[in-house]
Design a protein. Structure first.
Length: 78
């Protein structure tokens, strides 16, 4: 009986690993489309310098990137 339980556990783990790999691939694909400038003012985005300060908006499958000045002046949707 333990052989069947082990087989089921392995099958479940393999399915979870496959789903996690698919999710990671989807995230990597989405991030590859990250703009290299501000969506509003076309200011240059440098990932190493600006990653913690710029705002990112993802809606309808489109990634928008806003510098700190544009993010402060853009009204948020509630």
């Amino acid at each position: 009986m333990s052989s069947i339980a082990r087989r089921l556990r392995r099958k479940k783990q393999a399915q979870e690993n496959k789903a996690a790999a698919k999710q990671l691939d989807d995230i990597a694909t989405t991030l590859s489309g990250l703009p290299d400038e501000c969506t509003k003012c076309s200011g240059e985005f440098v990932l190493e310098r600006d990653a913690d300060t710029w705002a990112v908006d993802y809606s309808n499958g489109v990634i928008s990137l806003f510098c700190t000045l544009c993010a402060e002046n853009t009204p948020t949707q509630a």
